[in-house]
Structures are given as structure tokens and as C-alpha cells.
Design a protein around this ligand. Structure first.
Ligand SMILES: Nc1ncnc2c1ncn2[C@@H]1O[C@H](COP(=O)(O)OP(=O)(O)O)[C@@H](O)[C@H]1O
Ligand SMILES: [Mg+2]
Length: 437
């Protein structure tokens, strides 16, 4: 399925932007916006942000002065459909949702030009868990879609279903995409972690296959500071991933258990081990894309911590293959807090520098017990996104004066808004931290 944004009037008239997979699109006066309107005083620098997960399109106004209009109505956020028009100043953008359908037989020659854009098909999908039927958009009327209704998703998140071959022992945690359980692998008797993922929308078999392929690629990463991968599969609409069980706590829980933050010596040990894993993965061309305190699992006790990164590439694969629909709807300011500006602007195009930034955010939060952005804990998405783009971070020493200045500087350098001003590599940042202690 494809989303096209067509500029109907204004300085960019005639341009089109097409999206075949999940991405973001920024409109505003800032030179980094995808639709950049530097001369138009109507627009704020970062005016509004679209998130596209074909066939879904979600728009969020970023607290702009003059507002964003959809079909003539001022909106703060909105789901858009084919035919909707986004307006601001002289600029009008039309949203189109299409699928490529083979041209009728009498019209066919050879080659790709025989695909014609048409409207998506509306099909009935049945919840695999309770049988409830709902409508969904599909690439063709006979496309097979896997679907779990919202009630069943919530129920399964609370009480995950057993996966054949594994004896479930207890729930270790619940995250955005599903739950993690401690289990015993029946074949071997060893303890493993089983993560179940619940697609948020009806997904095609093709999308699930694509997701599994991406998981297999990330599973090849073997490193002492990366959680190792054991198995994966699907069962009753649930996707499950089996990994090594890490007996211990994730870094967020470890810090919470110690009053919210850790002494800088401990943070350096955890973060340098994480950077070691990142350096290894980046050299092989992998990006984690969801580095945060909760994704660093820690075995052992200080001073012998063994930190392991988990969920390598998982969040990216989940959204990119269309499992999550749009992720910016609802009250999710927290999920943005560690995202570098270039990732908000350009979901699909991420580089090692984005992981370095997120590792900087993680180090910051472990050192200070607070997030680096200069916003209130109750800030909404628009305020959070604006702070990520434009507001300087709160210096570490203002929140944790005991942190030595070299360490504070090394972490703050990872948090530069411009990736060119950050550490060039994870290894460089690791060396700087090791030398500052
Ligand atoms: N392999 C594992 N071994 C032990 N605990 C784990 C493992 N994977 C995840 N966990 C625990 O489950 C929690 C939830 O994980 P997850 O679903 O990835 O959510 P999130 O990363 O969004 O917090 C983690 O924070 C961690 O405490
Ligand atoms: Mg996780």
C-alpha cells in the first residue's frame, strides 16, 4: 500500500512525496523540514509532523502559532484518509492512499507498467483469538490478514498465551509491543526469556515474513554484551521471540531500586559495555534504534556488572514492517524522550549517530535520575518534540554536581542535536568515558 502527498498549491506546487512504508514527514520553516517553507511567515519552524504507516496517516500539529488545518478545520492531531487536504498559509497538500493492482487482462503487455494505482480493498478480518469481525484495508480483496482485536490484545498483553515447547514460569515485564516471560525450554530444560509481540493492526502474511526475516538478520549478532537469540515463530496471531534469560535487572529497574540513579563509576561500567556492543554492531552495519535504560539488562553485582543490550533493531523492524500502525497517536511523549532529532524527522533513515545519542540519553538518566530535555515531566508530545529540535539540554552538573566534568562533557557530546557534533563512533565515546574516570 502506498501513501502519496501531493502539493496542490503554494511554493512547492506540483511536488509529490510517496511512502511505501513507515516514515515521518515534517512541515515547517526549518531548513531540515521535508516540506521546507523558509519564506512563509505563516509557518512555525517545526509546524506539523506526519507519521505515515500505509494505509494510515497521522498528523500532529507541533504547537504551531498559526495552526494546521485539515479540510478547513484547525486540528491538533488527526488521522487522515485518502482525499483529505492539509492546509497552512498558501500551501495545500492532498493525501492519497493507493495500491498497485495489475491492469485488466485485455490491457496487459509485459513489465511493471501494468500495475495501476487503485483504491485499497476493504476486507473483513476475524480476530484470531475471539472471532470478532472488523473491517480493514488490504492490498487486494483476497489478501490474508492476521488480526487480533483490541480487547484481545489488551487481554493477551496482561495474560500472554502459552507458546508450544515452552513452559511459562512468570511474567518478567510488559513493554510497548507485548510481554516478556521467564520460561523453561522443554527440549533442554534451560531457562529462557520468551517475548510475545502483538501486532497493533491487521497485518499481511507478507509483512510478518518480512518482520521475521529482519529478526533473523539481527539474530546473527553474537557478542558478550548482546542478549543472544534462540528461536522465533508465530502462534495464534502472536509473534514470539526466544532469547537467553538474563538473571538480574534492566538498568532502569537497577537505578530505581537505588533511589533513581547510580554512582557515576557504575554508570560508566554499564554504558561502556553497552558502547562496546554498539561498536561491534555498527561495524557490521546494524543499528539498534531503541537504546534506553530498559533495554540494557544487567547480570551480576557491582563491581562485576555484565551489561547486555536487548531488542536489537526490534522496534524499528516492528514499525517499519507495519506491525504497529502509527506510533505517535495517544499520549506517548515518553517514547520520544530518547529519540534524536534526525530520527523524528526521518524514521526510515537512521545511522550509528542515533544510537550514540540514545546511549548518551541513557547515561544521562542513569547519572541524574532525570531526562536531559528541558521539559516538565508532564510535557505533551508537541512540547517534547520541540525541545528535541530546538532547546538546549539541562547540563548534567546542574542535576548531579558530583559527576566529574570530563564525564559530563563526554555524555553531553553524545547529545549534540547535530550528529556531526557527536562522537564519531561508539568506540570513540567508550574510550573518552574510560579515560575520564
Ligand atoms: N532476556 C531477558 N531476560 C530477563 N529479563 C528480560 C529479558 N528481556 C526483557 N526482560 C525484562 O522485561 C522487561 C520488559 O521488556 P520489553 O517488553 O522489552 O519492554 P521495554 O523494553 O519496552 O521496557 C525489561 O525491561 C526487562 O526487565
Ligand atoms: Mg525491551
Amino acid at each position: 500500500m502506498r501513501v502519496t502527498l501531493r502539493v496542490l498549491s503554494g511554493p512547492h506546487i506540483g511536488r509529490t512525496f510517496t511512502f511505501d512504508q513507515h516514515d515521518t514527514f515534517l512541515i515547517g520553516r526549518a531548513e531540515t523540514a521535508h516540506l521546507c517553507l523558509p519564506e512563509d511567515r505563516f509557518f512555525s519552524r517545526h509546524h506539523c509532523l506526519l507519521e505515515i504507516a500505509p494505509p494510515r496517516v497521522f498528523l500532529r500539529d507541533l504547537g504551531s502559532t498559526n495552526g494546521t488545518f485539515v479540510n478547513g478545520q484547525r486540528v491538533h492531531e488527526a488521522y487522515l484518509s485518502s482525499g483529505d487536504k492539509i492546509q497552512g498559509g498558501q500551501t495545500v497538500l492532498a493525501v492519497e492512499v493507493t495500491v498497485d493492482q495489475p491492469a485488466p487482462a485485455y490491457n496487459q503487455g509485459y513489465g511493471r507498467q501494468d500495475l495501476q494505482p487503485t483504491q485499497p480493498a476493504i476486507v473483513m478480518v476475524e480476530c484470531l483469538n475471539c472471532g470478532r469481525r472488523e473491517q480493514a484495508e488490504a492490498s487486494s480483496p483476497d489478501e490474508r490478514l492476521t488480526f487480533l482485536c483490541e480487547d484481545c490484545r489488551n487481554e493477551l498483553r496482561r495474560k500472554p498465551q502459552p507458546i508450544p515447547g515452552y513452559e511459562m514460569i512468570k511474567i518478567l515485564g510488559r513493554g510497548g509491543m507485548g510481554s516478556v516471560m521467564l520460561a523453561r525450554e522443554e527440549k533442554t530444560g534451560r531457562a529462557v526469556a520468551v517475548k510475545t509481540l502483538l501486532p497493533e493492526v491487521a497485518v499481511s502474511d507478507q509483512a510478518i515474513k518480512r518482520f521475521m526475516r529482519e529478526i533473523d538478520v539481527a539474530a546473527a549478532l553474537q557478542h558478550p554484551h548482546i542478549v543472544s537469540f534462540i528461536d522465533r515463530g508465530t502462534y495464534n496471531g502472536t509473534i514470539y521471540l526466544v532469547t537467553e534469560f538474563v538473571a538480574g535487572m534492566d538498568a532502569a529497574k537497577l537505578a530505581d531500586a537505588r533511589g533513581g540513579r547510580l554512582p557515576f563509576q557504575e554508570v560508566i561500567q554499564i554504558v561502556t559495555q553497552g558502547l562496546n556492543a554498539l561498536a561491534f554492531a555498527h561495524n557490521k552495519g546494524y543499528i539498534h534504534r531503541d537504546i534506553k535504560d530498559q533495554n540494557i539488562l544487567i547480570q551480576g553485582q557491582w563491581p562485576g556488572y555484565n551489561a547486555k543490550l536487548t531488542d536489537f533493531g526490534l522496534a524499528k523492524s516492528f514499525t517499519q514492517t507495519g506491525m504497529s500502525g502509527v506510533t505517535m497517536a495517544g499520549d506517548v511523549a515518553g517514547t520520544f524522550a530518547y529519540m534524536p532529532p534526525e530520527q523524528i524527522r526521518d524514521f526510515a533513515n537512521v545511522r550509528p549517530g542515533s544510537d550514540i545519542y540514545a546511549m548518551g540519553m541513557t547515561a544521562y538518566s542513569l547519572l541524574t535520575g532525570a531526562i536531559a530535555l528541558d521539559i516538565s515531566p508532564h510535557a505533551n508530545v508537541a512540547e517534547t518534540v520541540k525541545a528535541i529540535f530546538d532547546k538546549p539540554i539541562v547540563p548534567i552538573q546542574r542535576r548531579a554536581p558530583e559527576v566529574p566534568p570530563q564525564i559530563a562533557q563526554a555524555v553531553e557530546r553524545a547529545l549534540a542535536k547535530d550528529p556531526a557534533h557527536r562522537w564519531a563512533t561508539a568506540e570513540e565515546m567508550r574510550q573518552a568515558l574510560l579515560q575520564s574516570i
